[in-house]
Write a protein that binds this ligand. Structure first.
Ligand code: HPA
Ligand code: ZN
Length: 326
């Protein structure tokens, strides 16, 4: 349709993308072969068939397992570059990508291998595809705060190339308060701060992310809508929400894509953005996420332009660069 065509061509930034979640089954098999690793699936089709989730944890179990094929700097570079090629095809001109260093360091892959590999892919993407990017180091919230401090220490030589820290993995039972001190430290080191909150966790976790972690951006935030005062606070402060429609559908955060709350978020004055989260696992890159919102019929071209503009306003680009994009 005309609207789908318009939406697909809108220049956009992607602000919620786990690079490990962009590992497509085909690339997983290729890296397994290259690194001589056995994977417990006979084919790409069988692996894709296992991507059926009823909650966040179902997904995380298979996502951490998939990451095991990533071993060398070249693997991380190839992973990043494959994502940027897909993103560029979706009119993404800027991406702020999450990585989970602990998923790799805990299985003996040095932080240096992960960071330098990803940074090489990012540099090539900027040179060859004209897609700019930033790196966000996520702490795994199911691990303890000491482990997060160790990760922050390991990252010190790369801090000039890391824009922010984030918080991801199993939300319920691992509230933001658990990471208050390490987020304070990251702030003192000059890093920006983001956190996943209100995906499966209650509105109280969003309050904690604001009050204790001093976040600059809220990842997901769906359940903030259950709390009116919180919703108003987010709207008044101009907080950006990085919303992930197909992820929400696949992880059963929403029951039906046509019932996705993004339209309500916009009407409530929230600065919502559209993102792919883990595109290889959730059935689509950023344009698939934008287009999935069309059939409900509640968003028009102006709304989609607002969502795309929000992605630049909520990015960590400087004002001059944002002005060039909007
Ligand atoms: N939520 C929490 N942790 C994650 C996600 C997510 O959507 N994707 C990758 N790690
Ligand atoms: Zn996420």
């Amino acid at each position: 349709t005309d609207l789908a065509h318009f939406v697909s061509g809108l220049p956009k930034a992607e602000l919620h993308l786990h690079i490990e979640g962009s590992l497509e089954p085909e690339q997983m098999f290729e890296l397994a072969r290259r690194n001589r690793i056995a994977i417990p699936f006979a084919s790409v089709e069988e692996l894709r068939g296992a991507y059926s989730f009823s909650r966040l944890q179902d997904f995380l179990d298979i996502y951490y397992q998939g990451a095991d094929v990533l071993r060398t700097e070249e693997d991380f570079r190839d992973l990043a570059l494959a994502y940027f090629r897909r993103a560029a095809a979706d009119s993404v001109v800027h991406a702020e990508i999450f990585f989970d260093p602990q998923t790799h360091t805990d299985r003996g892959i040095p932080f240096q291998v992960v960071a330098d590999g990803l940074l090489a892919g990012m540099q090539e993407a900027e040179r060859d595809l004209d897609v700019t990017s930033r790196l966000i180091l996520c702490f795994l919230r199911h691990l303890d705060e000491d482990a997060a401090f160790e990760t922050l220490a390991a990252a010190e030589p790369w801090l000039d190339r890391i824009a922010a820290v984030g918080l991801d993995s199993s939300e319920v039972g691992h509230p933001p308060s658990k990471f208050r001190r390490v987020f304070d430290r990251a702030g003192e080191m000059g890093l920006l701060r983001v956190a996943h909150a209100g995906e499966e966790g209650p509105p109280a976790y969003v309050h904690e992310a604001l009050d204790l972690l001093h976040i600059d951006r809220l990842d997901h935030g769906n359940r903030a809508l259950e709390d009116r005062a919180l919703t108003t606070r987010l709207a008044r402060s101009g907080m950006t929400l990085t919303v992930c429609p197909l992820s929400n559908l696949k992880l059963c955060v929403v029951e039906d894509i046509d019932a996705h709350p993004i339209e309500r978020m916009l009407r409530l004055g929230l600065r919502a953005t559209v993102n792919s989260d883990d595109p290889a696992y959730f059935g689509g890159y950023v344009n698939d996420n934008y287009r999935a919102l069309i059939p409900a019929g509640r968003l028009d071209a102006h709304d989609f332009a607002t969502l795309a503009r929000n992605s630049f306003l909520g990015s960590f680009l400087d004002d001059v660069a944002v002005t060039r994009h909007i």
